[in-house]
Design a protein around this ligand. Structure first.
Ligand code: PHE
Length: 483
């Protein structure tokens, strides 16, 4: 029966096209903007190790499960889950996975577009050569001030932010309107390789900072659990916090686009012939490599300019422009970099919108274009919350009574709710459904393997035990059970 189901939305033209699109979906702001700044905020090496462990033990297995669900269902996440649950004689409630993805999708898309808008804003800043003056500034302090002021000026102006946010969202909508082959696939074909090459150029620059490069490497890889578990130590008080681990796990889900249906819907457009496990492993490897690469580029620049690793969401936008200001051809490379970063963000944002859009296409008789405009507008509107979190509402901290959220703005809370709670729970639900609820015959058929295969058993073990245990422990820890 599964063989007869076809996707009404179209199909990727080849296995390679799927790898490219899924990599485009995974690689985005999460790798280049978020990974460095949360690593900086959580003390470096120990955080990175936990993150990598989460990627291998939970990210990869859950991603295989999510692609599998998509390809078997061949519809939007909501309908795929409905069909599969029916076939497996499971409860209708499993559809909730799809619904939670729709909610998470709207919220993530809303702030993703605002942050990606920052990248757009830096294109003209770099093109005008604004940062070339750092060469003539005498002290590192002055350079740092210059970069910080530049960023502060940008985010303090809601009108500018809304302008870039609107531009980013508009292009996202146009791309998603194009459908699978016309829009999604074409967009990522040459942008991803170009971004990778440019990152290598930047790595060359980072290596040229010599001692600072070593310092950056040490920061990323020297495992210091105290920095992770006791982030706010003063000489006389040290308070344990498990939040860093929760953040690392959330990041593993976010960076691989798991738990909300993006990867599921991309799986729905995958040909029945392609091997899910192999293609997925390539995507995970590429995503992880790019995040580490971003860290290796950014931290040497942080240290050589005496910036603080824990500078927060502005980290990339304060460090890289300085590097471009100092390097030969910096105006050119800087402009190109922010263009490519915007494209990496687009290839992700289209995948954030796709689960919702595909469901609306199935559920209504309206055209894909009209539905895209509707989804985009709604997400754009919710995005205003994020815009204002950085300026007129920067002091609005609704949960400041809880130590954990003392300094959290509305943006921080939306980010936390989706990335650290909804995505891990969504991923957990998918893991449980595939590993405990589905018949193993269906699963092995989809993976083209047998129950005796060692890799299959390892994968099943990870889904059955490690993911639930991991997500469970991290949550208990976060709500303070172990402190
Ligand atoms: N993985 C994307 C990134 O790293 C973000 C994303 C999250 C995309 C969830 C789709 C779904 O930027």
């Amino acid at each position: 029966m599964n063989e007869e189901r076809t996707s009404i939305h179209g199909q990727w033209s080849s296995k390679f096209a799927f790898i490219l699109a899924a990599t485009g979906c995974a690689v985005g702001l999460g790798n280049i903007w978020k990974f460095p700044y949360i690593t900086g905020e959580n003390g470096g090496g120990a955080f990175v190790i936990i993150y990598l462990i989460c990627i291998v033990l939970m990210g990869l297995p859950v991603m295989i499960a999510e692609v599998l669900l998509g390809r078997r269902g061949k519809h939007s996440p909501i309908n795929s889950m409905r069909y599969i649950a029916q076939e497996e004689s499971a409860s209708r409630w499993w559809q909730l996975i799809g619904w939670s993805g729709v909610v998470a999708g709207f919220i993530i898309l809303s702030y993703y577009s605002v942050i990606a808008g920052w990248s757009l804003a830096y294109i003209p800043i770099m093109a005008e050569g604004t940062f070339n003056v750092v060469q003539s500034l005498s002290s590192p302090e002055a350079v740092k001030q210059f970069a910080q002021n530049n960023f502060a000026t940008l985010i303090s102006n809601p009108i500018t932010l809304i302008g870039w946010h609107t531009a980013f969202m508009a292009v996202t909508i146009i791309m998603v309107s194009g459908g699978v082959k016309g829009g999604l696939e074409r967009a990522v074909q040459f942008m991803m390789p170009a971004l990778f090459v440019l990152l290598l150029v930047l790595l060359g620059y980072a290596i040229s900072t010599g001692d600072y490069f070593i310092k950056g490497v040490e920061f990323l890889f020297r495992v210091d659990f105290e920095a992770l578990f006791y982030p706010n130590c003063t000489p006389d008080s040290c308070e344990f916090s498990g939040r860093g681990v929760l953040v690392a796990m959330g990041q593993a889900f976010f960076t691989l686009s798991l738990g909300m249906g993006s990867i599921m819907v991309y799986g729905a457009y995958l040909s029945q012939k392609t091997s899910i496990a192999k293609t997925t492993a390539v995507v995970v490897a590429a995503d992880t490599m790019i995040a580490i690469l971003a860290g290796l580029i950014i931290f040497p620049i942080v240290f050589s300019n005496q910036l603080a690793p824990g500078a927060g969401p502005g980290l990339v936008f304060q460090t890289l422009p300085i590097a471009f200001g100092q390097m030969p051809w910096g105006t050119f490379f800087g402009t190109l970099f922010f263009i490519l970063l915007a494209f990496a963000a687009w290839s992700s944002s289209i995948s954030i919108a796709e689960p919702v859009v595909s469901w609306l296409v199935e559920a209504t008789s309206l055209s894909r274009r009209v539905l895209c405009i509707f989804v985009g507008f709604l997400a754009w509107f919710i995005g205003l919350i994020t815009v204002f979190s950085f300026n007129i509402w920067s002091e609005v901290k609704p949960l400041s009574n809880f130590t954990m959220f003392e300094n959290s703005t509305l943006f921080d809370l939306l980010d936390f709710l989706t990335v650290n709670i909804m995505l891990p729970l969504g991923g957990l639900a998918m893991a449980i459904f595939v590993a405990w609820v589905m018949r193993s015959r269906s699963v092995t058929q989809e993976l083209k393997t047998t129950e005796s295969s060692v890799l299959y058993r390892l994968w099943l073990f990870a889904l059955r035990f490690i993911t639930p245990l991991g997500v469970g422990l991290v949550f208990l820890n976060a709500i303070g059970v172990f402190s």
